[in-house]
Design a protein around this ligand. Structure first.
Ligand code: AMP
Ligand code: MG
Length: 279
């Protein structure tokens, strides 16, 4: 069992049943050290993923305002090689994007083979903020759960490893973080009255998140509920889930690279035999 709660659709969940402050009894320093070790493993796995170019990885981060999507990106995937790891952030759609189906702008950002892409928000906003704020009629967003499942199935059938994380913070912790932004000049760029307004809709978002987690947790593209009140535990839980998803492929990747290397070595040897006069 990992630190994040992996959902694969077997049972319906309620968010209240999950402790946002969970830390598995770890201390901050231990968790930070463990995260560093896992990130080092991730760097190695990323190199193999990029070299073999057989799979890609899509990490979807969702969560309420202040839940730590930016912090997770900075701490967990920030240290990875930026030649093959990048972030796509989704804000309110443009007029052009709105003139297409909701997955159009999303599909344009999915990772090519060999690459890791982090989604900071995603197509799930189309069943979250859109639902809570009535930005589309119910009979439109209701059908999107099936569209999302089919889309994600298509991605995983095409060699993309899809991991989805809901960063679970408590209402109390969110208040602390919003107030902290007002006190800290380095965080004040994130201030938005919208965040306080969204907070009033806490229960509506809870219902929308529960439906998204319950309708779209599949074995091929599982959701993970990440206890996120403690930032250091959140980082560890996400890093671990990512490492655990990639590590089973390591053997296959190493063998593939070994085979590629041996084949190329043969070509070099033949080349040398043909040119042995030139030294
Ligand atoms: P931030 O993550 O703070 O940069 O804010 C991005 C904003 O874009 C959030 O308020 C999201 O709810 C909003 N957003 C993202 N995707 C959509 C969408 N599909 N429809 C409407 N609003 C969206
Ligand atoms: Mg914001």
């Amino acid at each position: 069992m990992g630190y994040a709660h992996r959902l694969d659709g077997g049972r319906r969940i309620k968010l209240n049943d999950f402790d946002a402050g969970a830390d598995s009894g770890l201390k901050h320093e231990e968790a930070a050290a463990a995260t560093q070790r896992i990130v080092a493993e991730l760097i190695e796995l990323q190199e193999l993923l990029a070299a073999t170019r057989q799979q890609s990885v899509l990490v979807i981060l969702q969560g309420r305002d202040t839940s730590g999507k930016d912090g997770t990106i900075r701490n967990v995937t920030g240290p990875l090689n930026s030649q093959s790891c990048s972030v796509a952030s989704f804000r309110a759609p443009s007029t052009e994007e709105l003139a297409h189906d909701f997955l159009w702008r999303i599909h344009a950002q999915t990772p090519p083979a060999g690459q890791i892409r982090i989604f900071n928000r995603s197509h799930y906003e189309d069943v979250l903020v859109v639902r809570v704020h009535d930005l589309a009629p119910k009979d439109v967003w209701r059908k999107r759960y099936d569209h999302i499942n089919a889309f994600e199935r298509m991605l995983t059938d095409s060699g993309t490893i899809v991991l989805k994380f809901y960063l679970h913070i408590s209402k109390h912790e969110q208040k602390q973080r919003l107030l902290e932004r007002e006190r800290d000049p380095l965080k004040s760029w994130k201030l938005s009255v919208g965040d306080w307004k969204e907070r009033e809709l806490w229960d509506d978002y809870t219902a929308a998140y529960e439906d998204a987690l319950n309708h779209c947790s599949t074995t091929n593209a599982p959701w993970h509920i990440v206890p996120a009140d403690k930032k250091w535990f959140r980082n560890l839980a996400v890093a671990e889930a990512l490492r655990d998803a990639l590590k089973p492929l390591k053997k296959e990747w190493v063998e593939k690279l070994d085979e590629l290397g041996r084949n190329e070595k043969k070509v070099i040897d033949e080349y040398r035999r043909g040119h042995n006069h030139s030294g």
